[in-house]
Structure formats: structure tokens, C-alpha cells
Design a protein around this ligand. Structure first.
Ligand SMILES: Nc1ncnc2c1ncn2[C@@H]1O[C@H](COP(=O)(O)OP(=O)(O)OP(=O)(O)O)[C@@H](O)[C@H]1O
Length: 247
């Protein structure tokens, strides 16, 4: 089952075309990895999905459907609630761990303290942070290590129960152990969430993703099951990229 469909999707910054006629379906409750050399348009693709592109000064041509409905027909608030994003640099709000996790639920109208506490506990457990921070919820999130901050940011993105989690190089600032923690966590999220992850780390894409899209100069060169893309690439350029010839 698909949750997203891009139909003849092109994206522009001014006159510059950064994505060219992308046709792509994204499977629900799976991890889809977006790979490709620097500047090929990976982050732009994520920005199209949650309509951040417009705020960044870009524009699209073509259509994007989310749950079979044109994303332009969703109120932005609802779209952002249902499609969360986590960035490369861990970016907790400069407030307590507890407040980081209740910020969005409060914004969306949850007022019941018991429910808020439950959300905090649940998301800390999902992110594997519970035992590390449960007695220190009032300390500033900025006091956590980089890996903990990133897990907190993922937990925070989940507090509003999005359908999709977009991740832009979420592990590139982290060491191997923290990366492994996050990869384990992502795989465990798939019963309830769909993940689209941009990564430069090809081994990561191979390890955790179900599907991989290889983008080059704004075009999808190859898209399919991760095993196929990595072990049996159909396009010479995919093979070259995977073998490290460019990018
Ligand atoms: N706000 C912007 N205004 C103008 N051009 C932009 C903007 N953001 C990105 N671009 C351009 O769009 C193209 C695609 O950028 P994008 O960030 O999507 O690539 P990427 O594949 O994610 O790269 P990286 O792996 O280096 O993060 C690049 O040529 C970039 O310079």
C-alpha cells in the first residue's frame, strides 16, 4: 500500500529546476531511502513532501498526493502534523526534556496532564531514552549528548503521531553507537509509521531501508527494493555510485 504519490513532480528555486519530472510512490509502513550525490535534490524532495519548499523560496509543478489527496488541499498545520521531519543537526528546543516533548501536543490542544505525561513516557521509551533521562525530565535538553539529543528530536517528532517521518541525514553528526541506536529504533517504528530517510551512508540505506531511490541531477535514475538496487542495479550510473565512483 502506498501513502505518497509524486506525479510528474518538478521543483524549482527561481529558474533553476532542481527536481525533474519525478514519478514515485512511497510505500506505507516501510523505510524508503533517498540516496545520491551532494546537490542532487534529496533534501528538496523532503521539502516538497511537507511543503517546506514554498517557505524556502521554491515552487513545484506536478502533483503530490498524500493518502490519495493532493497535499495542496491539506491545511498546512494538518500536513505538518501528519508528516514530521527530523534534521541532520540535533535541534532540541532550548527548554527542558519534558517541555520538548509536550510542546507540540500542547500546540495541538492536548491539555490533560495525565495524557501529556503518558505521551512523554511513551515517546521516551520508543526512542530508548527513558532509562537514561526519566529522573531528569526537568533538565535542559541542551545538556544531553548529541546522540541523546537526536533521539529526543525523533521522540519529539512522534509526539503528535505523524503518519510519516521524514529524516534528512539524521545520523551524520553521530558516532557508530548512536547511529546503531537510531537505526534499531527506526526499524521498530514501522508498525505505526512510514519513514523516508535521506542518507549519504550507503551501508545505512542497505541495512535499514526496504526501498531505495537513487537520484542524480534531480532525476530518479533507479528506484526499487533496496536489495535489488544495491545487488542488481539496472542502471550503469547506479552501479557506479554504489561502487563509489562519484558522489
Ligand atoms: N533555498 C534554496 N535556494 C536556492 N537554491 C537552493 C536552495 N536549497 C537548495 N538549493 C539548490 O538546489 C539543489 C538541490 O539541493 P538539495 O539540498 O536538495 O540537494 P541534496 O541532494 O540534499 O544535497 P546534500 O546531499 O549536499 O544535502 C542544489 O543545487 C542547491 O544548491
Amino acid at each position: 500500500m502506498n501513502i505518497i504519490e509524486l506525479a510528474n513532480l518538478s521543483a524549482y528555486y527561481g529558474d533553476k529546476k532542481v527536481l525533474n519530472n519525478i514519478n514515485m510512490r512511497i510505500a506505507k509502513n516501510k523505510i524508503t531511502a533517498i540516496i545520491g550525490p551532494s546537490g542532487c535534490g534529496k533534501s528538496t524532495l523532503l521539502a516538497v513532501l511537507n511543503r517546506m519548499l514554498e517557505e524556502n523560496g521554491g515552487a513545484i509543478e506536478g502533483k503530490v498526493f498524500f493518502d490519495d489527496k493532493d497535499i495542496l488541499n491539506y491545511p498546512k498545520d494538518e500536513l505538518r502534523k501528519r508528516i514530521g521531519i527530523v534534521f541532520q543537526k540535533p535541534s532540541p528546543f532550548p527548554m527542558s526534556i519534558y517541555k520538548n516533548l509536550t510542546y507540540a501536543p500542547l500546540y495541538y490542544g492536548v491539555r490533560n496532564k495525565k495524557i501529556l505525561n503518558q505521551i512523554v513516557d511513551d515517546k521516551l521509551k520508543i526512542s530508548g531514552l527513558y532509562h537514561e533521562v526519566k529522573d531528569n525530565l526537568k533538565i535542559s535538553a541542551l545538556k544531553l549528548s548529541g546522540g541523546q539529543q537526536q533521539r529526543l528530536c525523533i521522540a519529539r517528532a512522534l509526539t503528535v503521531e505523524p503518519d510519516i517521518l521524514l529524516m534528512d541525514e539524521p545520523c551524520s553528526a553521530l558516532d557508530v553507537k548512536n547511529t546503531a541506536n537510531i537505526e534499531d529504533m527506526l526499524v521498530n517504528l514501522l508498525d505505526n509509521y512510514t519513514i523516508v530517510i535521506v542518507t549519504h551512508n550507503l551501508s545505512q540505506a542497505k541495512r535499514i531501508s526496504d526501498y531505495t531511490a537513487f537520484i542524480l541531477d534531480g532525476e530518479i535514475v533507479e528506484y526499487g527494493e533496496t536489495n535489488e538496487v544495491f545487488n542488481n542495479p539496472k542502471d550503469k550510473r547506479t552501479k557506479e555510485y554504489i561502487e563509489g565512483i562519484y558522489g
